[in-house]
Design a protein around this ligand. Sequence first.
Ligand code: GDP
Length: 189
Amino acid sequence: MQWQARFVKSARGLADCPRWNAREIAFAGRSNAGKSSLINALTGVPGLARVSKTPGCTQNINFFALNDGLALVDLPGHGYARMSQAAARRIASMIEEYLVQRERLALLVMIVDVRRGPNDDDLALARVSAERGIGVLVAASKIDKLKRSQKGHAAGRFGAISTRVIPCSAVDGEGIVALRRAIAGVTTA
Ligand code: GDP
C-alpha cells in the first residue's frame, strides 16, 4: 500500500479547516515525540511534515490529503517547554475544539515516546476523543531505542490511554506497515 500525500492547508482554528468529505486521521503528540518523522515515514514523503514545521505553521492544524478518501491531520505539538503560557493555552484549546467538534474525525493517533510513556496532556487528549466515541491508537515511537529484551514490556505502559498500541520506529521502519493498515481500515467518520 502506498499513499499519495499532498499538503492542503494550514488552519488557524476550526472555522478555517477544509470543507471536504475526507475521513480524517489526526496525529497528536508532545513536541519531540517523533510526530513529523512518523508522518514522513507513513506517507513515504521525506519532506512532507516539514511544511508543518515552518514558522507560522507549527501552531496550526495542518491538513494532508491521502488517496482513498483519507486525510492526515497534523495537530500542533503540545507541551513545548519554550512556548509561552498564552501560546500553550491557545494550542490546547484549538486541539480540544478540533477533537470535540470536527465532524470528519475518524481516528486519533497519539504519538508517545515509548521510553517516556504518556503524560497527563496525552491522557487528557485521548479521553476527549474516547468520550466522543472516536478510537484512539497509540503509536509508541522510537522503539528502536529499546533493547530487544525491553520491547516485550513496552505496550504495557499505555493501558491507561488505549488498548490499541503499535510500537514503531521512523528509523528502522518497525511498525510502519501495521500503522498504515490500521489507518486504512478506519471506515467511519
Ligand atoms: P516532533 O516534534 O514530534 O515532530 O518530532 P520529530 O519528528 O521532529 O523528532 C524529534 C527527534 O526525535 C528528532 O531528533 C528525530 O530524529 C528523533 N526521532 C523521531 N523518530 C524517531 C525514531 O523512530 N527513532 C529514533 N531513534 N529517533 C527518532
